[in-house]
Design a protein around this ligand. Structure first.
Ligand SMILES: O=C[C@H](O)COP(=O)(O)O
Length: 202
């Protein structure tokens, strides 16, 4: 079990601002992971790809591992532009990752239209298609080592009933679990399903 934060704020050298929780502060209280780029930060709080990239660099430099979340909204998907959007988000975030840090990076694919109560689930075959495309994109843009070391997680309405369908996908290395994670038994079941699927696949 490792502890992480849902965010960290931009805190370059010399930046001082009361009310900001910095990467160094998180590291200091024992956090090992930080989630950056969640759709709520991008779409509700207006974080840009550039800001997220800066935060990725700062968090990695502070010794944290980083979960970079990327995802397209329903409009982009309807227009057939999901990969264009995702590659723009990932490409910018990747600029913040030093070459030797990809082992401390997980990229979470979060189809925004598949998140939350009443959302349309993303079909597992579609999650696999997108994950494979993202891994190929990282390989072409950064290199084969980065594509191998970086973990690709799926997030969006994962629960104890559908976990097996996603866990068995070759390019899904793990999950970010939202609502189902609020129930310990469901979370434990999802973790066991994931471990069994990956043990079987390795
Ligand atoms: O932040 C939310 C996650 O990306 C997914 O949440 P969910 O599993 O409740 O749909």
């Amino acid at each position: 079990m490792r502890v992480g934060s849902q965010n960290a704020w931009d805190a370059g050298e010399g930046f001082a601002c009361t009310g900001v929780v910095t990467a160094k502060m998180l590291k200091g209280i024992g956090c090992e992971w930080v989630l950056l780029g969640h759709s709520d930060r991008r779409n509700v709080l207006g974080e840009t790809d550039g800001l997220i990239s800066t935060k990725v660099r700062q968090c990695l430099e502070s010794g944290l591992s980083v979960n970079i979340t990327i995802g397209e909204k329903a409009e982009a998907r309807s227009a057939g532009e999901e990969l264009k959007v995702l590659e723009a988000q990932l490409g910018e975030a990747a600029k913040g990752v030093p070459a030797d840090a990809w082992g401390r990076v997980a990229v979470a694919y979060e189809p925004v239209w598949a998140v939350g109560e009443g959302a349309t689930p993303c079909q597992p075959e579609e999650a696999q298609r997108v994950h494979a495309a993202l891994r190929a994109f990282l390989e072409s843009q950064v290199g084969p080592e980065a594509a191998k070391e970086c973990r690709f997680l799926y997030t969006g309405s994962v629960n104890e009933k559908n976990a097996q369908d996603y866990a068995s996908l070759p390019d899904v290395d793990g999950f970010v679990v939202g609502r189902a994670g609020l129930d310990c038994a469901k979370l434990a079941s999802i973790c066991s399903t994931l471990k069994a699927a990956k043990d079987q696949g390795s």
